[in-house]
Design a protein around this ligand. Sequence first.
Ligand SMILES: CN1c2c(nc(N)[nH]c2=O)NC[C@@H]1CNc1ccc(C(=O)N[C@@H](CCC(=O)N[C@@H](CCC(=O)N[C@@H](CCC(=O)O)C(=O)O)C(=O)O)C(=O)O)cc1
Ligand SMILES: N[C@@H](CCS)C(=O)O
Ligand SMILES: [Zn+2]
Length: 764
Amino acid sequence: MSSVPAATILGFPRMGSNRQLKKAVEAFWASKISESELLDRTKQLRKEHWELQASLGLKQVPVGDFSFYDHMLDHAVLFGIVPERYNVTKPGLECYFAMARGLQAPDRGIDVPSLEMVKWFDTNYHYMVPQIAENQTFALDSTKIIDELREALALGLDARPVVVGPVTFLKLSKTASGAGSTLSYLPQILPLYVELIKQLVAEGAKWVQLDEPVLALDIDAETQEAYRTAYAELAKISGAQYLVATYFAGLEDNLELAASLPIQALHLDLVRNPEQLEGALKAVPESVVLSLGVINGRNIWKADLSKGLELINTAAKARPADKLIINSSCSLLHTPHSLDAETELDAELKNWLAFSTEKIAEIVVLSRALHEGVDAVKAELDANAAAIQSRRTSDRVSNPAVKSRVVSLKESDFSRNNEFSVRQAAQHDKYKLPLFPTTTIGSFPQTSDIRRNRARFRKSEITAEQYQEYLETATRECIEWQDNIGIDVLVHGEFERNDMVEFFGENLSGFAFTRNGWVQSYGSRCVKPPVIYGDVSRTRPITVETAKFAQTCSPKPVKGMLTGPVTILQWSFVRDDQPRSETCKQIALAIRDEVVDLETAGTTIIQVDEPAIREGLPLRKSGWDDYLEWSVDSFRLATAGVVDSTQIHTHMCYSEFNTIFPAIQRMDADVITIENAKSDLKLLHAFEHHGYKAEIGPGLYDIHSPRVPSVQEMKERVRKMLNYLSPQLLWINPDCGLKTRGWEEVRSSLTNLVEVARELRKEY
Ligand SMILES: CN1c2c(nc(N)[nH]c2=O)NC[C@@H]1CNc1ccc(C(=O)N[C@@H](CCC(=O)N[C@@H](CCC(=O)N[C@@H](CCC(=O)O)C(=O)O)C(=O)O)C(=O)O)cc1
Ligand SMILES: N[C@@H](CCS)C(=O)O
Ligand SMILES: [Zn+2]
C-alpha cells in the first residue's frame, strides 16, 4: 500500500483570498475576459491553493475540489448527464454555465432555464441537482479532474482526487419526472466510476477520495444495498486506494455497513459526532486506515487542540499512527480563506479564530503531535491553550443581563394574546385590504450603484449624511413606484442592507463581522457570515428609523422587515461554548425588542423572515423534535410581543417544507409567504391536508430567473392554488426577494402580478 497521508483536508475553499474566482467568472459572463483568460486565472488560483497547503505542511492535497460553479454540476457533466434542452448550447463552458444559470440568447433562439438548485445538506452552500433522463445514456468526460490531477502532480505534489461517491451522487440527483429511485441507475453509472478511477490511478493518483456523506444519514435498505454493490465493484480495480469520506453526521447505525466496505480508509466527522470514534475503533478492520476529522470545517473558531489530541490519543491506543490520518471534519469549503485580511478585527477576538488556512496549520500541529510527540509542538500547543483560555474567561463573552432575561422567560412570552381567528378579525378591520392582497418579499434590486455607494461610505469617500440621503431617495422612489402600480402592502426595498443577516449582525452586540470572511453560497455568490462570539443583545433600534421614513412615503402600509432568529443563527458562525438553542433565544429577544419598537413607531405589519428554518433541521431524524421545539419557540418569542391587530408575516424559501409542516403551523404567523413556483403543488396539498388556518402567499413566480412571467401563467397558477386554498386566505406575491434581479424585469413582472390580482378580484 502506498503511504498514508499523515495530515490532509477534505477540500479547500475555491473563491481565493480576494474572491478571485468570483471576479474571474463574473468577468467572463460579462464578456470582459476571454475563456482562455478565465482558464489561466483559475489555473493560477488552484496552484496558489495547493502551494499554500503544501507550505503549511500537508503532504497530500485534494484535487477536483475546485469548480467554476458547483461540484455536483461538475459531476453531472463528468458523467454526461446533460438534459437534452442544453443541446442548443455550445459544448464546453457555454453548456456548463447554461446548466448553472440558464441561458437566454434571443438572437440564437435560445431560452433555457437552469437546473434546480438546492441546499447542500444542512449548509448555506447550494448545489445544482443533476437531472437524469428516463432513457439517460451516460458517457465519461473526465477532462477536468484529470487535468487538475496533472496540474498538481506537475507541481511535484502528492495529490488525491476528490470525487462524489456513486451512492451519494445518485441520491442527490433526481429523475427528470421526479418519480422513481435514482439508485436504479447504479448499474449504468458504476462502469463510469470504474473507468474514471482507472484513469486517475494510471495518471498517478495513489489515493482517491470518495465523498459519501449520505452514509451518515438515515438510509433505507435499498441505499445500504447500493453501498455494498458499488464498493464491491470499485474494489476490483487494481492499484486503487479509497478514502471514503462521511461528514456532517455520525455513522451510528450505518457503522457496520461502513466497516464492511472493501475500502482502504474511512473518514469520520469527529466534530459533529465524536462519540462514534469508540465504536469505529472496534468495528472497522485494523487494515483500514481511520481518517480523524477533528478540525471543524463548519466554523471559524480556533480548535481546542487538547480535545483534538484526546480523540487522537484514543485512536492511537488502538491503531498504529501510520493507520491514522489527521483531517478536517468536512471540506473547508464552508469557512473563509484566511485570517490575513482581517486587519480590522481586534486582536483579542482575532486570536480566537481560525479560517481555512489557519485550520490547516492546526491539522499539521496535531499530526506532528501524533508522529513526533507533543514536545515537538509544545510552543504551538501552549499558544493554543492560552487562546482557548482567553476566550473562555473573557469579559466580553458573557452578559449576565442577557442570561437572566432568558432564564426569566415565562410561557406567556411565547404566545400571542389571542388565537389566529381573533387576530385576523382585528387585522382585517384595521387594514381593510382587498381580496388577493398583493405584496413582495422585501428586497428590490441591489444595483451596483447601491453597492458602490455603500463601499464609498465605508471608505469614508462620502459622509454618513450623503449615504443616508442616497438611501432615502432610493427607498422613496421604490415605495412610490410600488404604490403607483397598485401593490397593496409595500416594502422599503432593503437598500441599506449588504445582506439580510450580516446587516443585523453589524447592529447587535455579541456579534463581530469580518472584512473578507467570504464563503461561497452558490455559484459566484458569496456571503460574509457574522461571528457570534458572546451573549447577544440589541443596544439600539436597528430598523425603526428606516421604517418610520418608509411610512412617510405612502399612505399604504409599508411592512417592517426583519430577519428571524433561526435564520440569523443559521447563517452566522455561531459560538460553540453554549447550545445553539441558547444563542437562538438571545437573538429572538433582540428581534422581539425590534418588533415591539416597530409596532410602537406605527409599523404594524411586520415580516420576520425565516428562510433557513428548514436548513437547520438536523440531518438525523433523532434530532428533529428537539430542534423544532427550540427553533419554533424562538420565532414565537421574537414575534409574540404585539397586539392582535399587528400582522406578523413570515417568509420561507428554497427548501423542502413538507416534512416540517406541523412546525410551520406552530410558528403561528398571521401570513406566510412561501417559495412555491418550482414546486409541484405538493406543498399546497400539505397546507390543505393539515388544515392550515392562517393566510398564505405561495410564490407566483421564480425570482432566480430574469424571465418575466405573463399574467396568464400566474393566473393559471393561482387557479391551481385555489383548488387547495380558500380565496379569503390567499396573498399574491413573488417567490422571494428581488435583490439579485434587474429593475427592468422587476417592473414588468410586478406590473403583471398586480394585474393578476385585479383580474381575480373581478371573478371572486
Ligand atoms: C437568500 N439567500 C441568502 C443566504 N444567506 C445569506 N447570508 N443571505 C442571503 O440573502 N442564503 C440563501 C440565499 C443565497 N442567496 C444569495 C443571493 C445573493 C448573494 C449575493 O449577492 N452576494 C453578494 C455579496 C453581497 C454583499 O455583501 N455585498 C456587499 C458588497 C461587498 C463587495 O464586494 N464590495 C466591494 C465593492 C463593491 C462595488 O464597488 O461595487 C468591495 O468592498 O470591494 C454590500 O452590498 O455592501 C455577492 O456578490 O456575492 C448571496 C447569496
Ligand atoms: N426579505 C428578504 C428575504 C429573502 S429570503 C428579501 O426579500 O431578500
Ligand atoms: Zn426568500
